[in-house]
Design a protein around this ligand. Sequence first.
Ligand code: ADP
Ligand code: ADP
Length: 239
Amino acid sequence: APAIEFDDVVFTYGTREFGQEMDDADSLVLHKLNLQVPEGKRVAIVGPSGAGKSTVLQLIERFYDVNRGAVRVFGKDIRDYSRSDLRDVLGYVEQDAPVLSGSLRENLTLGLGDVGDDRCMEALERVNLGYLATRSEQGLDGPVGESGASLSGGERQRLAIARALLSNKRILLFDEATANLDSHNERQIGDVLRNMAGNRTVLVVAHRLSTIMDADLIHVLEHGRLVASGTHSELVVKS
Ligand code: ADP
Ligand code: ADP
């Protein structure tokens, strides 16, 4: 089964119950949306503002329930997952993750249990933040920055990605559309997404094509409908 599958999903930010008749097509945010995110692939969703991209992520996380159709994760309807089982599978890379006042290690591994130094350093280096651990004599047990608040937006973002890399979530969700990236950070995040190795599935909502040039699969969404899918070279992508 695909990592994520939208099967004829109809959704509106209204108050309708599941299955209730949809008469007002204009208010629909997703119109019978079908799309798949194959396991182990890096998949991007692009499209104009208002197309429904962020809504797709929020439905995967079950912030809202679909009005019709189904969202499946590894073949199972997400309504059949407990909240905690779904959370164990899905990692959302937050844009504005707070930086804790604790150590760099605590910021990296909060909620993950024991994580060895080697893995922490590897994750930091993958996001080009190795310097955070070497500029303090205490290394990983030193403070996050001069003080946490002194990290730039891009550094906080990359720290959030490092945290996601350390988690064992099988699916990582990333909403670039809400990210505040300068071109330097954008390039670094593009590198990270490219390098997210192995059997992990990555779904990125993007509006900058540069970060998704070599996504394995790009879905183009317009007005809540899938209008094209393919690799970058297969698509003349509009955004
Ligand atoms: P995108 O991420 O592609 O810009 P969104 O998923 O944010 O698109 O929005 C899709 C549509 O849903 C837009 O018309 C938007 O105005 C509407 N919308 C998004 N969030 C809400 C909300 N919380 N309540 C009502 N309408 C919303
Ligand atoms: P907009 O309407 O501007 O697209 P959203 O309603 O999509 O904004 O998002 C509002 C806030 O929620 C943003 O700060 C964004 O970072 C956060 N957010 C958006 N999507 C998700 C998500 N899938 N999981 C967690 N937080 C999210």
